[in-house]
Design a protein around this ligand. Structure first.
Ligand code: TRP
Length: 335
């Protein structure tokens, strides 16, 4: 009976390598919030992944806390889900070492993200950048996660995680649940593109093309007024020929809770001079309560500390169960 009612487990994380954006909210966190009711969710701030490229320590610390405040302000609820910081749960690093011994050099060499990032950071291609997917596999497998909601760019890493788990299970008998990637649906606003270059994904490292969750309304308005569109005047969805306008429509629909047809009808016969500020307004209104709430929590460090400490304790207990099992299977002497 108990087994039948056990909820499936979800694990996901975002790196505090930059401030969270509208893309992070619409593409990930909003969906995480919904999943809290149906699943047993574990959401992480993956600071150990963030240091695979060089970070400024003060910025990293601020962004980590701010990311927790934003998770909470967006509706992630510590009474429903486990919210924690990766470096607070040492089992991640421990399992990562072990899994690294069951991962082939060739597999890691084939990772698209490694190839991209090692080009971007050609002067600092560390072992950490190379073994990043192994740490991600440890994140997922420690919690025996059934589902891993991620963007398309992380599909390959989740596939590798499955391969590692399957290999380990094959050698030592059933140990890990094989996780499944849940790639967020594009038509639900999952893929928000840059306002400056609608052909590339909205990225936290592109301040003009992205809207940060903490941007005040006037900054949001300015960014939308400058958004790249096209030389026509009609507001309609056409991803091929009108990527900029289509992206703005996607954002508008997600922010205002309208369908594409409704939005197209609303702006029929109106130019971009009306459309762009309306999108800015809808986004500013959507983000306002979250920004205010996150700012309030940033002033209450004791509250945030309470949340992440409790999260680390709960996560640590689950993680240790898996790690104990792994130690036994590989033949480590019991402590
Ligand atoms: N690599 C992911 C990203 O950059 C972040 C991440 C780390 C993650 N560990 C994870 C996502 C585990 C899902 C599950 O987006």
């Amino acid at each position: 009976m108990e087994n039948q009612t056990r909820k499936k487990r979800v694990f996901s994380g975002i790196q505090p390598s930059g401030d969270l954006t509208l893309g992070s909210y619409m593409g990930a966190i909003k969906n995480w919030v919904t999943m809290q009711d149906e699943y047993d969710c574990v959401y992480c701030i993956v600071d150990m992944h963030a240091i695979t490229v060089r970070q400024n320590p003060a910025d990293l610390r601020r962004r980590c806390l701010e990311q927790l405040a934003q998770y909470l302000a967006c509706g992630l609820d510590p009474a429903k889900s486990i919210l924690f910081v990766q470096s607070h749960v040492p089992q991640h690093a421990e399992l990562s070492w072990i899994l690294g011994c069951y991962t082939q050099f060739g597999e890691l060499s084939r990772m698209t993200q490694f190839k991209q990032k090692s080009q971007q950071h050609a002067d600092n291609i560390t072992a950490g950048l190379f073994t990043y997917p192994v740490l991600m596999a440890a994140d997922i497998l420690l919690y025996q996660a059934d589902y891993v909601p991620v963007g398309e760019d992380q599909r390959q890493h989740v596939e590798l995680c499955r391969d590692i788990a399957q290999r380990f299970n094959g050698v030592y008998s059933e140990t890990f649940v094989l996780p499944e990637a849940l790639i967020q649906r594009v038509d639900q606003g999952a893929r928000i593109m840059s306002l400056g270059n609608p052909l590339s994904k909205m990225s936290k490292s592109d301040p003009d093309g992205c809207v940060y969750l903490m941007d005040p309304p006037e900054v949001i308005q300015r960014k939308f007024k400058r958004a790249v569109t096209d030389s026509e005047t009609s507001v309609r969805y056409d991803k091929e020929n009108k990527p900029g306008v289509s992206n703005l429509l996607t954002i508008y629909c997600a922010a205002a809770g309208k369908s594409l047809e409704e939005a197209e009808a609303e702006f029929a016969g109106q130019g971009y001079g009306v459309f762009k500020p309306a999108v800015g307004e809808a986004v500013a209104e959507l983000l306002r309560p979250m920004r205010e709430e996150a700012a309030r929590m940033m002033k209450d460090k004791a509250y945030l500390e309470g949340v992440y400490r409790e999260g680390a304790q709960r996560a640590g207990r689950l993680a240790q169960r898996t790690l104990d099992k792994v130690h036994r299977k590989v033949g480590f002497v019991a402590r």
